[in-house]
Design a protein around this ligand. Structure first.
Ligand SMILES: [Zn+2]
Length: 350
């Protein structure tokens, strides 16, 4: 969806001023974000034009998640973060100024609401840049704070949107053991629930990202984990997005995958989960049909990926029903795997 434009690192326009023989200042007026693209998304039963921006920041405060390669993205020092973010916003304003988009999703490689990664003044500048639009701000839950969100919403709000801010949190699963052992995410479900309450109290929406098939789970365990997570988080999240796991480079997950100790989920599982969920759940099968992404046998993948994307955007269930009924041989393989795969043994004690 949309045109993807990879960011080019370190290509900002820099200006140097030499006021005298002693001091030399360098500051940026524009800096290209890590990536940015336009597309469409589903929000409040409508399909809306979207801008996605991935900002360069000093990076994630946690950097331990087993499947995440964004932990390697660290740009500049904390004390320079505000200038770096302002320079990227200047680039975004020039590049997308004339474009029509209602929703803007802003990611960093960490948390937009972490004041040590995105200084409060830089967060305000993000609000000013996207005033009049709905902002989806991705963050770890420990940084969700009612007062900060209210302040951000008041900057964004020009009276034209119902809910100016959504916080997007990578909850991954509602199961604390799976989140700890298979992901190493470093927070509990209780922390997420607290953040969701804070966000709602501030009038913000909550988007929960769930990870389908983290390390060490069988296909059947992963399917059950996702179905339970969707059911449990449903009353606490306004939007649920399921991410079928992709093998990113330089991660623990890749280490296991290279040793045949991990396989990304079958697309059959993804379709089954979406079909059986009690509410609309979106899924972006990134890398769908490739070895590193969610995949089936190679010949039916394309149709399933298309159906998943169509359902995510248009909530068109009939496409999913048709996809599930595709007469592909690999369906039997998937059923065999669901039935026969046995879990790894992890000791409960040391
Ligand atoms: Zn197949």
């Amino acid at each position: 969806m949309g045109s993807w434009r990879p960011g080019v690192e370190g290509r900002g326009r820099n200006i140097s001023i030499t006021p005298g023989p002693i001091k030399r200042f360098t500051f940026m007026i524009e800096e290209k974000p890590l990536a940015s693209w336009t597309g469409t998304d589903r929000l409040d039963e409508e399909v809306v034009p979207t801008l996605t921006v991935i900002l360069k920041t000093p990076g994630c405060s946690w950097r331990r998640c087993r499947m995440c390669s964004y932990k390697h993205e660290q740009h500049g020092r904390v004390e320079d973060a505000e200038a770096l973010i302002r320079a990227q916003l200047a680039w975004v304003r020039r590049e997308y100024g004339g474009r029509d988009y209602d929703l803007v999703k802003v990611f960093s490689s960490g948390s937009l609401l972490d004041p040590n990664e995105v200084p409060p003044a830089a967060l305000d500048a993000i609000g000013e840049t996207f005033r009049g639009r709905t902002l989806v701000a991705e963050t770890r839950p420990e940084y969700v704070d009612r007062e900060r969100l209210e302040a951000l919403a008041s900057i964004l709000d020009d009276g034209s949107v119902d809910r100016p801010v959504y916080v997007a949190i990578g909850l991954e699963t509602t199961n604390d053991q799976v989140r700890e052992k298979s992901i190493d995410k470093g927070f509990s479900y209780a922390v997420f629930l607290h953040a969701a309450r804070e966000a709602h109290a501030a009038g913000a929406g909550v988007k929960a990202y769930l990870l389908h098939k983290p390390l060490f789970l069988t296909e059947a365990e992963a399917l059950e984990d996702m179905q339970r997570s969707i059911a449990e988080v449903s009353s606490h999240a306004d939007l649920i997005s399921m991410n079928p796991c992709t093998v990113q480079r330089r991660t623990d997950l890749e280490w296991y995958w290279q040793r045949r100790a991990y396989r990304p989920p079958y697309l059959w599982s993804v379709v089954k989960i979406l079909l059986e969920a009690d509410r609309h759940v979106t899924a972006d099968p990134l890398g769908g049909g490739r070895h590193r992404g969610p995949h089936n046998c190679g010949s039916c993948d394309h149709e399933l990926v298309d159906a998943i994307r169509d359902y995510s955007l248009n909530a068109n269930r009939s496409r999913l029903v048709e996809a599930m009924a595709l007469p592909c041989e690999c369906r039997k393989e998937w059923e065999f795997v669901l039935e026969s795969e046995r879990p790894y043994c992890m000791p409960l004690t040391r």
